[in-house]
Design a protein around this ligand. Sequence first.
Ligand code: MLC
Ligand code: AMP
Length: 505
Amino acid sequence: MTNTLYDALFGQHAGRDAPFLLLPEGGTITYASFLARAAQLAHALTGAGLQPGDRLAAQVEKSPEALMLYAACVQSGVIFLPLNTAYTADELSYFIENSGAKLVVCDPAKADTLHALTEAQGAALHTLAADGSGSLTEAAAGCPDSFQTVPRGADDLAAFLYTSGTTGRSKGAMLSHGNLLSNARTLAEHWRFTGEDVLLHALPIFHTHGLFVATNVTLAAGGAMIFLPKFDPEVILARMPQATTMMGVPTFYTRLLDDARLTREATAHMRLFVSGSAPLLAETHKAFNARTGHVILERYGMTETNMNTSNPYDGERRPGTVGFPLPGVELKITDPESGATLPDGEVGHIEVRGPNVFQGYWQMPEKTAAELREDGFFITGDLGMIDADGYVHIVGRGKDLIISGGFNIYPKEIELMLDDQPGVLESAVIGVPHADFGETPVAVIVPEPGATPDTAAIDAELREKLARFKHPRAIKLVEALPRNTMGKVQKNLLRDQYKGLFTTA
Ligand code: MLC
Ligand code: AMP
């Protein structure tokens, strides 16, 4: 038997001497060497007692070894659960507990904090640092450099990615081998990736965009990646003459546009720039085109579905739209109340169905049933419209979500914390426009009668409990929240009131 994802993405390159990762310091890791080291890690995982179907939670800095760990999990049938490096110990404990992870891999600096947590849960703990050192690589060092690939079918699970909810705690989106492979192949073909491509990889590898879109597409096509630890315009511009493609969130593009060195000449070697994870302003799209001659290709996806739509490779890439449904993906706009399909031109819920759509939320059948219909359509929570030419427009969100620099922030999580603070009666967290991050959270607090909440103390509490990118950039005290006749907080009015806080316009 075969291993659906491993064979198609990794195994096809066995023994291949071509470059896979081009490192910032100038070194190269070939496919053959990458796979050999990943196989050693797979032995280390088995040695740590992991069985196929077990979960491995990894909160590690971006490094070639971190990517090898993903390959090792796929090869050994272990479910890979990557976690944002910004998450605090409080946030991590939930993911580890909820997923029932058998092994946690963390940065050596966090090992002391996580030790008690993993022990209480009966999970093993390994370390992996940004430079590739740590107990995990030590355990792998003496192991054979080939590993008997564990058979896995298209329906077997390959990864869990946690995504927050509008009502409660985060949900583990279960992605199968078939989900990931179908999307990698579709995108590689749609965007014309080949073994000649060199992708500028500056995204984190703990989310869909950097791990499944950028990496899996490169693997499917057999190309190489300039593998950078983070987005730095300086380095991006320096490496562009060796690259052919880049994938980024809109903040990448606005930051590049802020640099006068971004020119037609600087981008002359590139064939494709892709944007996604958050709305790309039409003005950014146009400014990039005017400066470089390149037309950014915008696509739309999410954790639960991988990629759903894309602007065309050939043909018009229309600013402010996310293009057409990808081959094999069905997309419809439905009435939020009745669920009936709406005609083109009308705004409603975006629903999608296809081999890319996930298997449900881990151990949350009710939440799965609420969003994934029995007929296979997933209710994305985004509001959209299909125009007369078939282009999909995302016009808003039905879900209460803020996207800051491509990272998702669910207001409810912050509101629950704020409501617990001394002197706070109630709160609302809203997203307001931000010149660099696109959107940023602002907290609006109503004090208890006669109380004056200590906003500095509240800020300090949030810093300890919440990842940095989720922190409200401003805390506003008000007498009451605006409500409609049903008693629902009118966040649109608050957004309007505070919309100028972080923009110059
Ligand atoms: C970092 N900070 C952020 C932030 N990233 N704050 C808000 N939003 C963010 N996205 C914090 C830092 O901790 C720091 O805190 C301060 O802001 C300034 O940091 P910076 O140096 O300017 O940030 P930088 O490291 O340059 O990161 C910005 C970024 C990065 C945009 C390059 O966030 C990034 O790579 N984002 C990509 C996210 C992504 O991959 N999303 C895809 C999700 S998948 P302090 O302490 O200094 O104030 C998905 C599905 C799909 O959505 O469709 O793709
Ligand atoms: P996540 O849950 O992190 O996968 O984020 C997915 C969400 O990001 C989607 O539901 C959309 O709201 C948003 N998103 C992704 N791509 C785009 C895009 N091109 N334009 C607008 N929103 C996007």
